[in-house]
Design a protein around this ligand. Sequence first.
Ligand code: GLC
Ligand code: CA
Length: 589
Amino acid sequence: MSRRLPIDFRTAVVYQIYPRSFCDSNGDGIGDLPGITARLDHLQALGVNVVWLSPIYASPQDDNGYDISDYRAIAPEFGTLADFDTMLAAMHQRGIRLMMDLVVNHSSDEHPWFQQARSSRDNPFHDHYIWREPRRGADGERQPPTNWEAAFNGSVWEWNEPTGEYYLHMFSRKQPDLNWENPRLRGEVYDIMRFWLDRGVDGFRMDVINMISKPWRDDGSLPDAPVVRPGFLQPGFAQSCNGPRLHEFLAEMRREVLDLYPGCITVGEAPLATVEEGRALTHPDTGALNMLFQFEHMDLDSVGGHVSGKWALKPLNLRDMKRTMQRWQDALDGQGWNSLYLSNHDQPRPVSRFGDDSPEHRVASAKMLGTWLHGFQGTPYVYQGEELGMRNVAFDRVEDYQDIEIRNYWRTAVLERGEDPATVLRSIHAKGRDNARTPMPWQAEAPHAGFTCGTPWLPLNGDWPQVNAQTALHDPDSVFHHYRRLIALRQQHPILAMGQTTLLLPEHTAIYAVLREWQNQHWVIVTNWSSAVHEVPFPSEWTTRPAQLVLGNLSARRGLGDERHRGPTEIKLSDLQLQPWEGLIVSLG
Ligand code: GLC
Ligand code: CA
């Protein structure tokens, strides 16, 4: 067993690995654990402290491993437990900790628990899942117990003939929700967590953790979702998050597991969490988790946000981003802790989404977005390929997409609802999850940029001859080296992780500026979210103070964070002009 390394999660930077797309060691086209072990130098060069590894457990791969059929086994396509131990030891050797993905809101329908549970109402595992009798329509026909639509379309209820009941699945039919009301099930989850902690892992990223408590009524029924569109099925997510026993369950998890493993790092994925929920979940004394992923800033570029889903596109209004981020910065300051992210395996690539991914501006805008993100209070997450400024893909044929969410969306929207295929494809190009899942390009050479010598499970982004790790490492002005400088800076200057954040220029639609304050130090992070040059109308109280550039993203303006330039660089805030997608970190005297 590999020893757990002490860490302050607040000053750490986390790197997310999506194993299927990271590195394939045996030519079957699928990334795997030996592939990860072989590429740890890349992470070490970047300087990250923690890895969050998306699921590698045994799974039918209906949702790429977020459907688990054995929580203690490794999926054969990813390797063996021995490969896992080797990978973990190699990470620890480099001072990198490992957070596993804990997916316990649901299991796979192929998990032995569910195989048992569905066989009869008397089976001892029946109560591991959530079962309901049908509702009856006007002429007696069978109807699902509620009108909730599943995350991947269709009803959340699936009929189970052997028991004459429906089971609940908030995601795909092959992901039945676990019944956290059952203390035996909770005990099983805690055992699984101890199994991995005893093996030496350093913590968990908890999948949709605020969905584990469902909003039961006293009679055991679940409420219908409000009707917001024609038809029976309605968005059901708001109904199933932040249920009444969430904090009780997590307090129990903390007592039973987390408190017994000091230094264990935890982050909860919490769709539709409000700032109040965020505070309760991550409060330094009373919260069960270290930090959480909230979604509000990911919902700003769709019409109706999370409620009507992500596919109805709308351009980002930067003022919405400012308000949202600031609300979270204020709410959790001293009373909780933020995870900072722009990207993960469920989100499109930030440079395409919020920057400008044209050849002219890709590098600058990817670096600007990194500067902005790493300029907040909280723990930044870097998703694989983000450090290369990877872009979205746009496959012409929907058959080239593998993601269950994309496929089901296409089927429902085009084949069932008759929506315009071109519009639907445009939404998939902009928001589809496979944007983030194209394989990592490691080198500028064929085959497949060094990801695999076989056929990749998902096509690579065609820009790999330019956008790849090898080319980035050799170019001191690359996105990679900028991220490396941002990470190093955060480790040298606690103000970046810990300082208080004040929003400056709240109404500006292109310039995003914040002031950070920590123990009498004052830093300003100022970024230009546009392809135009902008004057920065700073309030005069800041422009009169001497200012030094700490780090900039354009080679024209160098700063201390850039190791090729030693010594202070004076900068004037009074007549500051930012170039397209420029981002600066400035310290005030
Ligand atoms: C989380 C995961 C996502 C998955 C879903 C169901 O949102 O990040 O990839 O599809 O949960 O497990
Ligand atoms: Ca492989």
